[in-house]
Design a protein around this ligand. Structure first.
Ligand SMILES: *Cc1c(COP(=O)(O)O)cnc(C)c1O
Length: 390
């Protein structure tokens, strides 16, 4: 019997008889484990999944979580970190050597680009080439014999463009480079990049995996066990494992991942269509819309969509700010992926020229559609339109 996603979320990695048949595993809030003999302690690195030694290396609660994500992403190994950035930087440090070269999509997460362009350049002499990522030819041209890592984020904020993961992986592997992808937007429910050739799949848990806006964490899944060993050692040496409490909360969030993301996506599609039909909206950016310019590729590699979308009003940036401030249910705040609806203006402090380079105007508004109900959210948007355009 093939395991359903729901079965993985509910039961994978769990061994009830290891903890008094409790249906929910405990939070193993311990920093160390003890051994019956001196030799058993020294042999602890020949560990199987029941041998634990020290909490910076591994923790039984975290291990269960990792097995769930690993099965969902169809990887060889998964490690959970104290944040998405801890997972991302561990991937870069596992893949890259000094003097190397990285190709990275321009829309990748800002702090990761900063790490590549500042720390890695200054301290490791690693060059980074930024690309748009939409055009496979541009990507193939950017990859060289020196390239060690290709960094993707598909889809990526703010305008939700996608990259052809399979084609990108083929091109990168031809040059001997590894492929990293931030899969946070799709979650493992809607996209499994390892099946398309990716070597590293990263998620940040403050978004959908956690789902309740109450934790910081990240995961890194690898296709190849040898790479997994490097990642495990990196996490151990940088000391970036997630804490047991956050790990447990993340596991609790994960159990409802599938039902939550479907609801977020259903609401987001209805709202994207409503906005697309609105006379005061210039443009809507959402992977679920039939009008998305990369529709064919999206259907090929994603089985669903995020609850995030962006749009530009027929308005000035100041009017767009007034619109955001007029919303009552959508709260102004960064991050997303929790139960609650949020709104931001990611380019409000950019020049119009810079904003356009990143794909939208300075007035672009990004919303996360939460679980408050589609009608309530639409009514909220409608009353904000009334306030700005009356
Ligand atoms: C939030 C976010 C991150 C960063 O994750 P942290 O857990 O905050 O380090 C990375 N990528 C994407 C797409 C994000 O939205």
């Amino acid at each position: 019997m093939e395991k359903s996603t729901g079965m993985i979320l509910a039961h994978a990695g769990e061994e009830y008889d290891q903890y008094y048949n409790a249906i929910v595993p405990p939070i193993f809030m311990n920093s160390l484990n003890i051994f019956p003999t001196v030799d058993a302690y020294y042999d602890s690195d020949k560990r199987d999944r029941h041998t634990y030694c020290y909490g910076r290396v591994q923790n039984p609660t975290v291990r269960i979580l990792e097995e769930k994500i690993n099965e969902l992403e169809k990887g060889a190994e998964t490690y959970v970190f104290s944040s998405g950035m801890a997972a991302a930087t561990a991937a870069v440090l596992s893949a890259c050597k000094s003097g190397g070269h990285v190709v990275c999509v321009r829309t990748a997460y800002g702090p990761l680009k900063d790490f590549l362009q500042n720390y890695c350049r200054e301290h490791m002499n690693i060059r980074t080439t930024l690309i748009d990522g939409d055009d496979p030819m541009e990507m193939e041209e950017a990859l060289t014999e020196e390239t060690q890592l290709l960094v993707l984020e598909s889809p990526s904020s703010v305008v939700f463009h996608v990259q052809d993961i399979e084609r990108a992986a083929e091109a990168a592997h031809k040059k001997g480079a590894l492929v990293y992808i931030d899969n946070t937007f799709c979650t493992p429910i809607y996209q499994n990049p390892i099946e398309m050739g990716a070597d590293f799949v990263m998620h940040t848990a403050s978004k959908y995996l956690g789902g309740h806006s109450d934790l910081i964490g990240g995961s890194l899944t690898v296709k190849d066990p040898a790479l997994g060993k490097k990642v495990r050692i990196m996490r151990e040496q940088l000391g970036s494992i997630i804490g047991p409490m956050e790990g447990w909360l993340m596991m609790r969030g994960l159990r409802t991942l599938e039902v939550r993301v479907k609801e977020h996506a259903k609401t987001a599609l209805a709202i994207a269509q409503y906005l697309e039909g609105h006379t005061k909206v210039r443009k809507v950016y959402y992977t679920g819309l039939a009008s998305h310019p990369q529709r064919e590729l999206i259907i090929k590699q994603q089985s669903g969509h995020t609850g995030l979308l962006s749009f530009e009003l027929e308005s000035t940036t100041e009017q767009a700010k007034t619109f955001c401030q007029a919303l009552k249910i959508f709260k102004i705040g960064v991050s997303w992926g929790g139960y609650e609806s949020l709104v931001t203006m990611p380019y409000a402090r950019e020049t119009e020229e810079n904003a356009r380079k990143m794909g939208a105007g300075q007035n672009v508004i990004r919303i996360h559609c939460g679980l408050e109900g589609t009608k309530a959210l639409m009514d909220d948007l409608e009353q904000a339109f009334q306030k700005v355009f009356r």
